[in-house]
Design a protein around this ligand. Structure first.
Ligand code: ATP
Length: 804
């Protein structure tokens, strides 16, 4: 098929083969698009080539047309064709494809090239070579020159020209396609351009922001530079000041040096002067010596003169020579005197000069001192300044360090704070949980306390405490919680409290102190001790007065009451107390306070009745019984001592000093609160009962037997009353004994009663101990009522009960 030269048939296939190395390759979008680049924005050279190529094609096309028309006009060109050619040649504007198509249409006798019929027709004519490049067309045009008129080759040439025109038309079409693709590329390019413009705008804004930032940085830089300059200036100022200080220091040093030199010179001068003066003084001394010698000589001479005068008389002829000698002596004396005067003047002058130089030296020394002081001051200041500078620098460093540390600490604190907050949250939640838990526990506690209080109330108003007297048997120590008996049987008893033989008086008192306190809260309180003789009743109630630790319940209770009443004074309470001490001996009442009085014997006591009565308020009134106002612990001690001395005691088999009577100590308490207008009235009965005894074992006879019987009777009467109260019987046999009669208000429902049952561990006392424990257990099981407070809110008139 067609190569790079000749005219082959016009076809797509052929063009594609012919394309490639030459500038007029096959016209396909593909080839151009590859060259132009996929983006439509190919290299500028390519675009230029496309445009130039298009222009070349247009010029060639025109030339071909001209050639074709020229040949046709020579042969058979009609007028109309000529006109069209003229119009075509005159026209330089308008699309080339349209122009070529109209010309081609004319050449082909009006048939349009677009119809597609001519390529086939041309190809069937044969021997035609296709156009592949510009050179082919040029060659064709050059061929014309060699063709002569009416040559047979002319028609062939025209055909070639036609083919050329077709090729050129196709070229034009491809150029149009290229143009369109270029337009599309241009649009894409414009779009891209606008995008780029937007991006550019963004960049510009960024740039503006950056420039603003740059400006602020520059300003900061300027400020920093200004600061730096100011710091530099300050530094320079400081430097110049320092230099000035240094130079003034140097000047002062120089001045000091000069002053020192001057002072040295003056000192030397002074020394020299002093030496001179010394020499002059020596000289003066010598002169004086000489003078005195002269005086002596003078005296001698005068003596001699006189001698000579005397001799003159004797020797008249030697008179002239002697006169001469005298005159010579006198002249030498005068000379010596004048010499002495001159030396004296010299001495005066030297002394004056010495004084002047001394003053000068002193002033110079003072100046030197002041200069030295100034110098020292300047040096000191310079040092201070330097120290200050160093300190400031150190401080700056420390501050910087501190700042860094603070920042680090701050960060640490922040993290700690964070963790603390977390911890706090956790703790808060656990605290809430704990509070809830605690509230629940509190609730339970309160309920339990209420239950306990209810149970206590239900239990009644009598308590029983058991106390075991210490005793060591067969080397085996038993704390008393188990009472052993020489029997095979064992017994079990339950009491509100059991005190072992190791319990101290204080241990026991701790348990009853609340009860004692109740007397101040308007309760009637009764504490009594019962049990076998020698089991420790008196020890428990009275104790041993000789030892503070062994004081019993009565002194301890009274001590507490006095302390409390004094403490309550600040709350407006005013208490008055009265004490009485009654002894029931052989069913007879005795006033222990009366019998203890001086001049009062037991017969006085027996003459009195001491009838026991109770008023409507439950107050006990005992006729003739002494009631003493007590204001202090001292009053109470005195009363107790007195009662102790008056009490009826005797010796029993169990106890060397057995109390053979019941001793009732009563303290009546009346209190008023002036602030709240409240008044209270309480009674505290502290009773040491006589010891029970087994008649069979006691071996008592006579009065002692009567005593024992009386004691046992009254104790059994006490038991009867308690059991009767417990059974809530209509009749309670209070009147069966003096003791129960006395204790009636305390054993009734509105009082608080505590019974100590004292027991001993001795085997010989086993029966009695068992008896006491059984009695106490029965009492412990009794309910005799619920205590009530005796308070009133009415106006207080007289809080003291009427005991008359
Ligand atoms: N807990 C105790 N600690 C030390 N000594 C005690 C104790 N109890 C009693 N005693 C001593 O035992 C002896 C008898 O005690 P106390 O006189 O108190 O017995 P009592 O029960 O009062 O006898 P009575 O009924 O015969 O008067 C006394 O010497 C007492 O000091």
């Amino acid at each position: 098929m067609g190569g790079s030269s000749g005219f082959g048939p016009v076809g797509t296939k052929r063009f594609s083969v012919a394309g490639g190395s030459s500038g007029f390759g096959p016209l396909g979008t593909k080839r151009f698009s590859v060259t132009g680049g996929s983006s439509g924005f190919g290299p500028l050279g390519t675009k230029r080539f496309s445009a130039a190529n298009s222009l070349v094609l247009t010029a060639l096309e025109e030339k071909c047309l001209r050639e074709a028309l020229f040949i046709s006009s020579e042969e058979n060109m009609d007028e109309a064709s000529k006109r069209r050619l003229t119009g075509l040649t005159a026209k330089t504007t308008g699309p080339a494809d349209k122009r070529s198509r109209s010309v081609l249409s004319t050449i082909n006798g009006g048939a349009s090239l677009d119809s597609g019929a001519h390529p086939d027709a041309v190809s069937t004519e044969g021997n035609l070579v296709g156009f592949t490049c510009k050179e082919d067309v040029e060659r064709l045009l050059a061929e014309k020159l060699r063709i002569k008129k009416n040559d047979i080759k002319q028609s062939e040439y025209i055909k070639k020209l036609r083919l050329c025109i077709i090729w050129l038309t196709e070229q034009g079409d491809s150029h149009l396609d290229e143009l369109e693709s270029l337009k599309a590329n241009l649009e894409v390019g414009q779009k891209r351009h606008s995008e780029l413009e937007l991006a550019l705008n963004d960049k510009i804004f960024e740039l503006i922001a950056l420039s603003a930032e740059l400006m602020s940085i520059q300003e900061a830089l300027k400020k920093e530079e200004a600061d730096k300059i100011a710091a530099n200036e300050a530094y320079l100022n400081e430097k110049s000041l320092r230099q000035a200080a240094d130079s003034s220091l140097a000047i002062l040093r120089e001045e000091l040096e000069n002053a020192r030199n001057e002072a040295k010179w003056l000192r030397d001068e002074l020394k020299r002067m002093k030496e001179n003066s010394k020499r002059l003084q020596e000289y003066n001394t010598n002169l004086q010596q000489y003078n005195s010698n002269l005086q002596v000589d003078k005296a001698k001479h005068e003596e001699t003169i006189q001698k000579l005068m005397r001799e003159k008389n004797a020797m008249n002829d030697q008179d002239g020579s002697l006169r001469l000698q005298v005159a010579a002596c006198q002249s030498s004396q005068r000379e010596a005197l004048s010499q002495r005067d001159g030396l004296w003047d010299q001495l005066q002058t030297a002394t004056a000069a010495h004084i002047t130089s001394s003053a000068k030296v002193e002033s110079l020394e003072a100046k030197q001192e002041s200069l030295t002081e100034k110098l020292v001051e300047v040096i000191k200041k310079a040092k201070e300044f330097q120290t200050k500078c160093e300190a400031q620098q150190e401080q700056i460093q420390i501050l910087n360090q501190g700042l860094l540390e603070t920042i680090a600490a701050n960060e640490k604190l922040q993290s700690q704070l964070h963790s603390s907050n977390e911890q706090l949250k956790l703790e808060d939640s656990s605290r809430k949980k704990a509070i809830t838990c605690f509230e629940a526990v509190e609730r339970t506690n309160r309920e339990l306390r209420e239950q306990l209080a209810r149970a206590e109330e239900l239990k009644g108003n009598i308590r029983v405490f058991c106390r075991v007297r210490p005793f060591i048997t067969n080397g085996n120590e038993n704390d008393g919680s188990i009472v052993s008996f020489p029997t095979t049987q064992s017994y079990s008893f339950t009491f509100d409290r059991v005190f072992s033989l190791y319990s101290s008086q204080q241990d026991v008192f701790v348990e009853i102190s609340q009860l004692v306190q109740s007397a101040l809260d308007s309760y009637k309180v009764c504490i009594f001790a019962c049990g076998q003789t020698g089991s420790g009743k008196t020890y428990t109630m009275m104790g041993r007065r000789s030892s503070d630790d062994e004081k019993g319940m009565i002194p301890r209770s009274l001590h507490q009451i006095f302390e409390t009443t004094q403490a309550l004074t600040s709350e407006g309470w005013d208490y008055s107390m009265q004490a009485s001490m009654l002894e029931i001996y052989n069913e007879t009442n005795q006033d222990l306070l009366l019998s203890g009085r001086s001049g009062m014997g037991p017969e006085e006591n027996y003459s009195k009745q001491y009838n026991i009565k109770h008023d409507q308020n439950g107050n006990t009134i005992i006729s003739d019984l002494m009631i003493e106002d007590v204001h202090s612990q001292g009053d109470v001690d005195r009363i107790l001592r007195q009662a102790e001395q008056s009490r009826s005691v005797g010796r029993t088999q169990m106890n060397e000093q057995s109390s053979r009577s019941h001793c009732v100590f009563t303290l009546r308490i009346a209190g008023i609160n002036k602030k709240t207008e409240q008044h209270v009235q309480g009674v505290l009965n502290l009773i040491d009962l006589a010891g029970s005894e087994c008649l069979a074992k006691s071996g008592a006879t006579g009065d002692r037997l009567k005593e024992t019987q009386s004691i046992n009777k009254s104790l059994s009467a006490l038991g009867d009353v308690i059991f009767s109260l417990a059974k809530k019987e209509d009749h309670v046999p209070f009147r069966n004994s003096k003791l129960t009669c006395l204790l009636q208000p305390c054993l009734s429902s509105d009082s608080k009663t505590l019974m100590f049952v004292n027991v001993s561990l001795e085997a010989s006392s086993a029966d009695q101990t068992l008896c006491s424990l059984r009695f106490a257990a029965r009492v412990n099981a009794c309910e005799i009522g619920i205590p009530r407070r005796q308070t009133q809110q009415t106006k207080f008139l007289d809080s003291r009960p009427n005991y008359d």
